[in-house]
Design a protein. Structure first.
Length: 601
């Protein structure tokens, strides 16, 4: 069991304030031979703690910083072409990567922000962590020496990264979660890094940063980095104390917080409010503080009236929305924004005030996009590896085997002999066709729209068509159009699900729209219950698609047979969903299936 003297030594040597319990837990894990994952939000000190533990073990440390462009070759190692030409493939021509280096030396592989690495890079870690062995072409199996460990950091799931860790990889780690530190410890951190800063400035900066974590208009508050920036900026700013703190906070805080949808305020207004609270609290404690911020020519009464006016409209709107929601507000699980989103179709009938309804619609739109991001979690960008001739200045990895083969027998190899590997996004065009003749309210349609729009934004290589249909298809977005996710979701919130159902007509229009796209793969995703009432049997038109998938929504008159026929003719499959919260992951799974390819694609 790590003793207090050892913990104090780590704190002293690596500049760590507090974290005694966390240091003890980390040492216990690594001394037991366990691989360690340190998880926490931005700015809580994950990297500092991880590096401190790794270096304290007095073993060789290899560091890797997670990046979506990182390759298996970079992690494991590669062959040096000139040496291969002279001596052939083997250990003597192999240059070990960080993983191989750490394994052979019985050291520590430290991976910073591991969940930003591609899936293929993560997978090579499994045999190393599980069996202590990796097998590489042309060299002897690499076996881990005694003491080999992996220490990694990652952001929590709600911090959107590039790739989720697989269950198999997560199962190899022990987890240590870091949260914000106490006020006393955060104050000590700022004083240590800014030793010449005035005490009042430090105290106010800490107060402001911590207040963002409990403010009702802020979903995710600022880390200690915000307090440090406020102190450093305030020191260089002109004016009296309040002017300097306000200017510093306006610059330091906005990029480090996430504002709630229902706040109806921007970050700057909220920050000004927090600064006002800070100085008001000082006055309440009897401390000397600068006068309240005023517009030129304002007296105290005008200041109060203006601040009341700034907040009255948004407060009135939110209060009326809550009144109209009534018992329905509990459906959001304590999240007002999500409760509004789930019940927007009902609110639209109850609310007559355009401003209040507009506020509800804006909150619902933002809540849906946020919920889709949460439901999706981290996603990976579909890529393909291309081998091409080397061009100076391009971001690429040398294909050492192909390059060595090109150079064999040449006394003077040329630049054109160098072959490189490049990861390029797999572009695809997707037509999302939403059956709007179902008993589907606008909020359910909007959820599906938010899912595909967020995915297209995150995956970057998806050009998508968005259509709704009943007896007539309606194109809301073409493949070559640029429309914001917010505009699309907001538009569908107003949609009324009516009319007959012509699935065949919708599929035909989807094919026409996809022909406009300049991509290799054209995919259809049909959201329906399969119950068509006009237009005839839609199954044969499905053959016009490269792939066609059906997301079948449960309803009282659902037609699984029709959905199966459409998917079979479209060389796809059927996914059955009972609730629209399943939609984001189903859509992502579908796009990944297409991007990974299959025979005939």
């Amino acid at each position: 069991m790590p003793g207090s003297d050892e913990i104090s030594e780590i704190q002293r040597n690596y500049g760590i304030v507090g974290r005694a319990t966390e240091i003890q837990m980390a040492l216990t894990a690594v001394r037991s031979g366990k691989h360690l994952m340190i998880e926490g939000g931005v700015g809580v000190g994950k990297t500092v703690l991880a590096m401190a533990i790794a270096n304290h073990l007095d073993r060789h440390v290899s560091r890797v910083d997670g990046d979506e462009r990182y390759t298996e070759q970079k992690l494991a190692g590669w062959f040096d072409p000139p040496t291969v030409l002279q001596k052939g493939y083997g250990d003597q021509s192999f240059i070990p990567g960080p993983l191989t280096d750490a394994m052979r030396k019985g050291g520590v592989l430290f991976i910073n922000e591991m969940n930003r690495m591609p899936e293929g890079v993560q997978n090579i870690l499994l045999p190393a962590m599980d069996e202590g062995t990796i097998v590489l072409p042309h060299v002897r199996p690499v076996r881990a020496g005694d003491g080999f460990l992996v220490i990694a950091t990652q952001n929590p799931r709600e911090f959107v990264a590039t790739t989720a860790l697989s269950e198999a990889l997560s199962d190899r780690f022990e987890l240590l979660v870091l949260d914000y530190q106490s006020e006393e410890e955060e104050t000590q951190i700022v004083r240590t890094k800014c030793p010449d800063a005035p005490e009042d400035t430090v105290r106010r900066a800490i107060w402001i940063a911590r207040r963002t974590r409990s403010h009702p208009s802020i979903r995710r508050g600022a880390s200690i980095r915000a307090a440090l920036s406020i102190v450093e900026l305030a020191d260089a700013a002109p004016g009296d104390d309040e002017t300097r703190i306000r200017m510093a906070a306006r610059m330091a805080v906005p990029t480090r917080i996430e504002v709630r949808e229902e706040s109806n305020s921007d970050a700057q207004k909220i920050i000004d409010e927090i600064v006002d609270e800070c100085f008001a609290a000082e006055r309440a404690d009897g401390d000397r503080a600068p006068p309240t911020r005023r517009e030129e020519g304002d007296g105290p009464q005008q200041v109060a009236e203006r601040k009341l006016g700034e907040r009255s409209d948004s407060q009135r709107a939110v209060q009326q929305i809550e009144t109209h929601l009534g018992p329905l507000s509990s459906s959001g699980g304590g999240d007002l924004g999500w409760a509004i989103a789930q019940n927007f179709s009902t609110l639209r009938l109850r609310i007559r005030d355009p401003f209040v309804l507009g506020t509800a619609k804006r909150i619902a739109t933002m809540a849906m996009i946020r919920r889709v991001l949460q439901l999706l979690g981290p996603v990976s960008i579909p890529t393909r590896i291309c081998r091409e001739q080397f061009t100076p200045g391009e971001d690429s990895e040398i294909d050492f085997e192909s390059t060595a083969e090109n150079m064999i027998g040449k006394n003077n190899p040329e630049q054109s002999d160098i072959v490189v590997e490049k990861r390029r996004p797999k572009r695809m065009a997707v037509a999302l066709m939403l059956d709007a003749s179902l008993s589907m309210t606008g909020d359910k349609l909007a959820m599906a729209t938010a899912s595909i729009a967020v995915l297209a934004f995150r995956l970057k290589s998806v050009d998508y068509v968005l259509m709704t249909f009943n007896d007539t298809p309606k194109v809301l977005k073409r493949a070559d159009e640029k429309k914001s996710t917010g505009d699309l979701v907001s538009g569908l919130l107003d949609f009324n699900a009516v009319g007959y159902t012509d699935i065949k007509g919708a599929l035909r229009r989807g094919v026409e729209e996809l022909r406009r796209a300049r991509t290799e793969k054209r995919v259809g995703i049909l959201v329906t219950d399969g119950n068509y009432t006009v237009g005839g049997d839609p199954s044969m038109i499905a053959r016009a698609y490269d792939r066609l998938f059906v997301i079948m929504t449960d309803s009282h008159d659902c037609q699984p047979g029709v959905c199966d026929d459409i998917a079979r003719n479209g060389r796809g499959r059927v996914y059955r969903v009972s609730g629209f919260e399943e939609m984001p992951r189903v859509l992502y799974r579908t796009l990944r299936t297409v991007s990974q390819g299959s025979p005939g694609m």
